[in-house]
Design a protein around this ligand. Structure first.
Ligand code: COA
Length: 376
């Protein structure tokens, strides 16, 4: 394959909301909601007509997930026990949508890092879990805001959206249909999380990432060869979202559970870990790579214990933070953006020839592998 049709990652971009919520702050608010709910229904609880809600705990959250904090778009709304959702994110149709706005910021960061002029970009793929609307595509709005002459579309493969987007962009380059493609993952997970559900109220955070996938012949000197990609999906109802409340304006809505994120966390853990570990090992051997040939892996950021198990099966030993970095402590689960944040923040120190893997997994089930090699 000539360098004209060889896909590489030229740069990545990141936008992080300034506001962050610690586990202690989150649990205090959740437990205030629980106390108010139980007081309001005290008579029915005593008569066993209503079940008392259980409090959450900081210790549980950290032990079960590795999460210590999360960035969010609206801290006050999420933490107010009477509201417990982000507010005021909906805008009139003649203004830039909030999802497009944060996507643009991540794209601008990626473009600046690559020294790329928007006139050279051909396409924008908005690849994320938590889309704000059905159409027009958020990708086209981002394309317009950036001033890109080309095409864009949205794609949603839940937590694997970014890796599926990278393979799609790489295929455009392999086929000669584009030379420079932005894969942007704006994730306002806080608009889809049930902040009143003890089992999952702690897991998500908001962020936006972008990956600039380009043809090697136009890429900046410092880039990452894409040496192989592999995607997989297997249907499961164990992680599901029937749409979210990003567009709702009535903060009194309390019966949203069916329209928000739900999961069977234990089943997800048990079923996804072996599926992903087997997929990575199979792909590594196809590329002639063994555990010792891998310098670093940037795994999907959902759960520290899941990542420990997967990384152990890739390297053949307990992986260090250097081999398998995590950003869960500060970002929590940012859906499709997680492995890209890990890569963005932990890749500058690698040397030419070093092999790495960006790997995502999540609802669908879906899993994606992008094998990369550093080019100096
Ligand atoms: N505070 C305190 N205790 C809690 C709690 C909370 N917020 N939430 C649940 N618990 C309790 C449960 O009631 C249960 O108690 P019991 O043993 O007395 O019944 C106990 O803690 C264990 O609950 P469980 O749900 O089995 O926890 P877990 O160890 O499986 O951790 C997850 C939960 C969600 C962190 C974990 O399963 C996970 O991350 N799974 C993978 C999820 C994933 O990757 N999803 C992808 C999303 S895109």
């Amino acid at each position: 394959m000539s360098s004209q049709n060889h896909p590489v990652i030229s740069s990545t971009g990141l936008w992080t909301p300034p506001e962050s919520i610690s586990n202690a702050e989150l649990v205090e608010s959740f437990n205030a909601y629980v106390a108010a709910h139980n007081a309001e229904h005290a008579a029915d609880i005593a008569a066993e007509k209503v079940k008392a809600l259980e409090p959450s705990s900081v210790e549980f959250i950290e032990k079960a997930s590795g999460i210590k904090a999360r960035h969010v778009m609206d801290k006050d709304g999420v933490l107010d026990p009477a509201i417990m959702r982000p507010r005021d994110l909906e805008r009139p149709n003649d203004q830039l949508a909030i999802l497009a706005e944060i996507g643009v910021k991540a794209c601008q960061d990626a473009l600046a890092r690559a020294g790329r002029d928007v006139r050279d970009v051909d396409a924008v793929l908005c690849a994320c879990s938590n889309l704000q609307r059905a159409y027009p595509a958020v990708a086209v709005e981002i394309q317009d805001a950036l001033g890109i002459d080309g095409f864009g579309f949205d794609m949603n493969v839940a937590c694997s959206s970014a890796t599926f987007g990278i393979q799609t962009a790489a295929d455009f380059i392999r086929a000669g249909n584009a030379k420079s493609v932005l894969v942007v993952s704006p994730e306002i997970t806080s608009g889809h999380l049930n902040w009143r559900d003890r089992d999952s109220h702690f897991i998500f955070g908001d962020v936006a990432t972008a990956v600039l996938v380009e043809s090697a012949d136009i890429a900046p000197a410092n880039h990452w060869d894409i040496i192989g990609t592999k995607l997989k999906t297997v249907f499961s109802n164990n992680i599901r979202n029937n749409f979210g409340f990003l567009n709702r304006t009535d903060p009194a809505h309390r019966d949203d559970a069916d329209k928000l994120f739900i999961q069977e966390g234990r089943k997800v853990f048990k079923e996804v870990v072996p599926m992903v570990a087997a997929m990575i090992n199979e792909e590594m051997s196809k590329h002639g790579l063994a555990g010792e040939d891998m310098r670093r892996i940037w795994l999907h950021q959902a759960n520290a214990n899941m990542n420990r198990l997967i990384a152990q099966r890739v390297f053949g030993h307990e992986a260090s933070e250097d081999e398998s970095p995590t950003v869960l402590d500060t970002y929590a689960n940012t859906s499709s953006a997680g492995s890209i944040i890990a890569f963005h923040k932990n890749s500058d120190d690698l040397n030419a020839g070093d092999n790495g893997l960006i790997c995502s997994f999540g609802a669908g089930y879906s899993a994606g592998c992008v094998f990369v090699r550093k080019v100096a």
